[in-house]
Design a protein around this ligand. Structure first.
Ligand code: ADP
Length: 188
C-alpha cells in the first residue's frame, strides 16, 4: 500500500486552492498515487450542507473535512483538502489528529494579496463583499489567520499556476510521499 498523506490547502477565496488542486491531481496520479479531493465548495453542498459562516459553523466544516481526510489518509490515500480554513487553531487541531495516525500533514498556504483578489474576483464575490452585500466574507469582513509555519508557501500574486504546482510536487517528493517520475521510469 502506498503511503497516504493529507495535503491541506489554506488561503482566501480566489487565491488558487481549486486551480492548484486541479493542476496537481493528474501529476500525482501519473506518479501512481491514489488521490481523493475534498474541495471546500463541494463539501459545503453535501458533507456540510446547512452550515453557515459563523465561526462555529466554519470550525465544524473544517473538523468534518479533517475527519474524512484522517480516515482516508491513514489507509494509504493521498488526500487533498482545499477549503479556506481561516482559523489557525482548527487547522492545527486537524494537523494533530492526522499526525497522531502517523500520517504526514502538509500545509500549503496559497497566498494572494487582497488587491490581487479584488482585481481577479473569479467568482464575483469580492465586489459584493466590499459593498456589504455578503456578510462574514473572509478577508473582507471576517478573519483569516495566516499559517505561521506552512510546509509550503505559494504566492499566486506573482507565480504562474505551473510554478506553484511544481513547488508543491517538489515538496511532496522531498518528503518522500511521492516518487519522482524519473525514478519510476528508471524501473523500481
Ligand atoms: P480558490 O479555490 O482558492 O477559491 P480558484 O482556484 O477558484 O481559487 O481561483 C484562483 C484563480 O487565480 C484562477 O483564476 C487562477 O487561474 C488564478 N491564478 C493565477 N496564478 C495562480 C497560481 N500561481 N496558482 C493558482 N491560481 C492562480
Amino acid at each position: 500500500m502506498s503511503q497516504g498523506f493529507t495535503l491541506w490547502f489554506t488561503g482566501l477565496s480566489g487565491a488558487g486552492k481549486t486551480t492548484l488542486t486541479e493542476a496537481i491531481v493528474p501529476e500525482l496520479r501519473a506518479r501512481g498515487v491514489k488521490i481523493e479531493v475534498l474541495d471546500g465548495d463541494e463539501v459545503r453542498t453535501n458533507l456540510s450542507k446547512g452550515l453557515g459562516f459563523s465561526k462555529e459553523d466554519r470550525d465544524t466544516n473544517i473538523r468534518r473535512i479533517g475527519y474524512v481526510a484522517r480516515l482516508l489518509s491513514r489507509n494509504g490515500v493521498g488526500v487533498i483538502a482545499a477549503a479556506i480554513s481561516p482559523y489557525r487553531e482548527i487547522r492545527d487541531e486537524v494537523r494533530a489528529s492526522v499526525e497522531a495516525e502517523g500520517v504526514k500533514f502538509v500545509e500549503v498556504f496559497v497566498k494572494a494579496s487582497l488587491d490581487t483578489l479584488v482585481a481577479r474576483d473569479v467568482k464575483g464575490l469580492y465586489k459584493k463583499a466590499i459593498a456589504g452585500e455578503i456578510k462574514q466574507f473572509t478577508g473582507v469582513s471576517d478573519p483569516y489567520e495566516e499559517p505561521l509555519n506552512p510546509e509550503v508557501l505559494v504566492s499566486s500574486d506573482n507565480e504562474t499556476v505551473a510554478q506553484s504546482a511544481a513547488t508543491i510536487i517538489a515538496k511532496l517528493e522531498a518528503l518522500g510521499l511521492v516518487i519522482p517520475l524519473a525514478a519510476r521510469a528508471g524501473g523500481a
